[in-house]
Design a protein around this ligand. Structure first.
Ligand code: PLP
Length: 399
């Protein structure tokens, strides 16, 4: 194609829908860090949203066996029955919700299932209530589905309550999105509030999408699935979960959604035209993850707990920083409002400067629609955590 013709088409090449899309800021930061590392810069990456542990060896062995057995072809689009049965057992055992395997769909990570759920439930202009700070994937996915994100601004301790929901509901509200434990704050919604939110959803006939991906990583707080509270709310809830965080399986791409059959089979139909099944090998690995020995899950949680303790003490000694102790997930959401202003005005520029001057990567609050903060992931070993604390202290001290 001639250069002129190419330039003529260029402006119109990408659809409006996709031009509106903001790429994942956390993945963009990760790409930048990897590029710096390839160039020989020793960056400590506390920007990542994935456990730093190896996938447990029993899970790896199940995948190797699947390959050796030739289980390497297409499977049922929504996931093999055996896996959906095991997920149903897990939901009964761990979350006290009864589902039939036909009410479960397995896909390429919980991210894909969230996307499918919004596509299936949202009509043009429907409002989806969600709180900020938030994982911005939700926002982009809601928009891609024609929905309108209605943002509820939370303040420390960043806990969503029923009164937040009531104040923000309108006749256009179609979905309440909850994420507990939350990314990036680690906040866990209180059981009483969860009960009230469930009552509201049932009374106003709105859907609940409950992203429970961090359920296994909590620190003294019990996780409750909103769908377990009663039959009425179960019928209005899509429970989303996955294998990435609990089993250190981010690269395997397995997630699941459970909910009313009609919605789940519509999600399956959508998936059948987009990705088909997730990897057959990953599905066999997921069966082992969910039904094999679970000690590695607790081992990882305990390690996160130790790091959390260390960071509570270390971060509180750095002048100008403040934070809420996370109740779950593996992030600290740290306020730097007190030290912004003179040299660096935004958390975005603060984090960029920290990366360039001290080679520590953390994610600016802007990436969670909440400037003035940064998210520090403690999915990193003690050596990296204590070294980065020294560097953050030095950097903050110079401002
Ligand atoms: N939900 C939340 C809140 C997350 O933080 C993430 C990943 O960081 C996901 C879902 C996606 O997980 P996956 O697609 O790997 O299952």
């Amino acid at each position: 194609m001639g250069a002129d013709r190419y330039n003529l088409l260029k402006g119109k090449m990408i659809s409006f829908r996709i031009k509106q899309l903001s790429p994942s800021p956390t993945l963009a930061l990760d790409a930048k860090v990897k590029q710096m590392q390839r160039g020989g810069v020793l960056v400590i990456n506390l920007g990542i949203g994935e456990p730093d542990f190896e996938t447990p060896s029993n899970i790896k062995r199940a995948a190797i066996k699947a390959i050796k057995d030739g289980f390497t072809h297409y499977t049922e689009t929504s996931g093999i029955l055996e896996l959906r049965k095991r997920i149903a057992e897990k939901l009964e055992r761990d979350n006290q919700i009864s589902y039939d395997p036909a009410e479960i769909v397995v896909g390429c990570g919980s991210k894909q299932l969230l996307y499918s759920a919004f596509q299936v439930l949202c009509e043009e202009g429907d409002e989806v209530l969600l709180s900020i700070p938030t994982w911005t994937t939700y926002i982009e996915q809601i928009k891609l589905a024609g929905g309108k994100p209605k943002l509820i601004k939370l303040f420390p301790p960043f806990k969503l309550t029923a009164s937040h929901i009531l104040k923000n509901m309108s006749s256009k509200t179609k979905i309440i999105l909850i994420n507990s434990p939350a990314n990036p704050t680690g906040a866990v919604i209180d059981q009483k509030e969860l009960e009230k939110i469930a009552e509201i959803a049932v009374k106003h006939k709105v859907w609940v999408i409950s992203d429970e991906i961090y359920e296994k990583i909590t620190f003294g707080k019990k996780h409750t699935s909103i769908g377990s509270l009663n039959k009425e709310i179960q019928e209005r809830t899509i429970t989303i979960n996955g294998f990435s965080k609990a089993y250190a399986m981010t690269g395997w791409r397995v997630g699941c959604a459970a909910g009313p059959k009609e919605v789940i089979s519509a999600m399956g139909s959508l998936q059948s035209q987009v990705t088909s099944n997730t990897s057959s090998i990953s599905q066999m690995a997921a069966i082992e993850a969910i039904s094999g020995k679970q000690d590695s899950v607790e081992k990882m949680r305990r390690e996160f707990l130790k790091r959390r303790r260390f960071l509570i003490s270390a971060l509180s000694k750095i002048h100008g920083l403040s934070f809420i102790e996370p109740e779950g997930a593996f992030y600290f959401f740290v306020s730097i409002k007190k030290i912004l202003g003179r040299k660096l005005k935004t958390s975005g520029s603060w984090c960029e400067s920290l990366l360039n001057k001290e080679q520590v990567a953390v994610v600016p609050g802007e990436a969670f629609l909440y400037p003035g903060y940064f998210r520090l992931s403690f999915a990193a070993g003690f050596k990296d955590l204590s070294e980065s604390i020294k560097r953050i202290k030095r950097f903050a001290g110079k401002l």
